[in-house]
Design a protein around this ligand. Structure first.
Ligand code: ADP
Length: 446
């Protein structure tokens, strides 16, 4: 096991990793920007190193500064958390060159699954269900038109190197496809330095269902079942739950097994998520693979009892996964509400500022992953998420009742948060039935 780890992140995920380190008997070194200098979780680390001013490019995503901190602190490994440097294959390669273990996949596995065209190719070979569409990147316009007429409109143009919901265009007919192809390729080149685009079938109504997987350096891979993350706004997830409601178990199991096959085929070690869209007939189509720990990992931890962050550290240190697939089973139901410092009544405007009231919920089955305490100052520089409220219960119905109860206890002020919106959803009849699609929340907010 590692002696000492550097955490190249901030906020709740930095704290989550500190906790895993502590339980594993590994020292945790945090880095921070001046915007986070008073963050209370830094006191829980064995050491905290200032790496620069608030803008992420001068601190949390500044590779020379992160590597310098790692060398000063003499760490064996770096945990990137999510966001920031977590999906940068060049960073994983630099860590390797500096003889520091990157806690995540190898740069090769990350590049293979991070590029959408390459990922689709690997998925197809592993018999993972994918969207019908072009085989690889589009070489010329005529080929795209031919593929689109075969699979039928609407189609979506995507950038191979895309991410964060950028570089996608939906086309409803041949004329828009022709004009958008050129624009999409130019935009992709400007945004990602790679102009490769591809097309696939566009699903109008779908649910977002994703599979948590874990791989080790000895060729083992397992899945930890699925999460439903369909409650989104502008591609940002707001509520996640596990297992996914109203999903046929046979279909679900086949998809989860396919996801595990994919990361095994990519010789992937660490935690990953294979994202799918599921249509009304419960057909699954792979969207992409996230090669890191995800924000919503706790719901899977709650139903399987597997500590995903600890596992990511364990496998990076070279240990084999201590679980076989048959050891993994689902217990009860879990749900997570993302608590963001945003005003739902003002178009989700971010609300930075000091939190003078912070009364967290408690009681049976409640878990709160947050770095916030009374007096915490929410800096304006980063993501507005201030915590994740996770509850676990015997079934979905009791889980929602428990969530409603916990949200009612949760008092944060004077800044506005997404708590009232979550309260509204816990009472919404459609949400309670289960199986709302990815556009449901946006329709509700209109
Ligand atoms: P990114 O890497 O930019 O996040 P994704 O491939 O994960 O891109 O897609 C982001 C979102 O775009 C999805 O969550 C979904 O809402 C929508 N989307 C992507 N592909 C399709 C598709 N084929 N049909 C319908 N919606 C899609």
């Amino acid at each position: 096991m590692f002696r000492r780890i550097l955490i190249a992140n901030r906020g709740e995920i930095a704290l989550r990793i500190i906790r895993a380190c502590r339980e594993l008997g590994v020292e945790a070194v945090c880095v921070y920007s001046t915007a986070d200098k008073d963050a209370p979780y830094l006191k829980l680390a064995d050491r905290a190193i200032c790496i620069g001013p608030p803008p992420a490019r001068e601190s949390y995503i500044n590779i020379p500064k992160i590597i310098a901190a790692a060398e000063i602190a003499d760490v064996d490994a770096i945990h990137p958390g999510y966001g920031f440097l977590s999906e940068r294959a060049d960073f994983a390669q630099i860590c390797r060159d500096c003889k520091i273990e990157f806690i995540g996949p190898s740069p090769e596995a990350m590049a293979k699954l991070g590029d959408k065209v390459e990922c689709k190719r690997t998925a197809k070979a592993a018999k993972v269900p994918i969207f019908p569409g072009s085989e690889g990147a589009i070489e010329d316009e005529e080929e795209a038109v031919k593929v689109a007429s075969e699979i039928g409109y609407p189609v979506i143009i995507k950038a191979s190197a895309g991410g964060g919901g950028r570089g996608m265009k939906v086309c409803h007919n041949e004329a828009t496809l022709r004009t958008n192809l050129r624009i999409a390729s130019q935009e992709a080149l400007a945004a990602f330095g790679n102009g490769a685009v591809f097309i696939e079938k566009f699903l109008e109504h779908a649910r977002h269902v994703e599979v948590q997987v874990l791989g080790d350096k000895h060729g083992h891979a397992i899945h930890l079942y699925e999460r439903d993350c369909s409650t989104q706004r502008r591609h940002q997830k707001l509520i996640e739950e596990a297992p996914g409601p109203l999903i046929d178990r046979k279909r679900r199991d086949a998809t989860c097994e396919a996801a595990a096959r994919l990361i095994k085929a990519a010789e992937y070690s660490g935690a990953a998520t294979v994202e799918f869209l599921m249509d009304g007939k419960q057909n699954f189509y792979m969207l992409e693979v996230n090669t890191r720990v995800q924000v919503e990992h706790p719901v899977t931890e709650m139903i399987t009892g597997v500590d995903i962050v600890k596992m990511s550290i364990l496998v990076a240190s070279g240990e084999p996964l201590p679980y076989k697939q048959k050891d993994i089973s689902i217990r009860g139901h879990a749900m997570e509400c993302r608590i963001n410092a945003e005003d739902p009544d003002k178009n989700f405007m971010p609300c930075a500022g000091r939190i003078t009231t912070f009364e967290p919920p408690g009681g049976p089955g409640v878990r709160l992953d947050t770095h916030v305490v009374t007096g915490y100052m929410v800096p304006p520089n980063y993501d507005s998420m201030i915590g994740k409220l996770i509850v676990h219960a015997d079934d979905r119905e009791q889980c929602m009742n428990r969530m409603a109860r916990a949200l009612r206890e949760f008092n944060v002020g004077p800044i506005k948060t997404t708590i009232p919106l979550h309260q509204r959803l816990m009472e919404n009849a459609d949400f309670r039935k289960g199986g709302v699609d990815i556009h449901y929340l946006e329709r509700l907010l209109k």
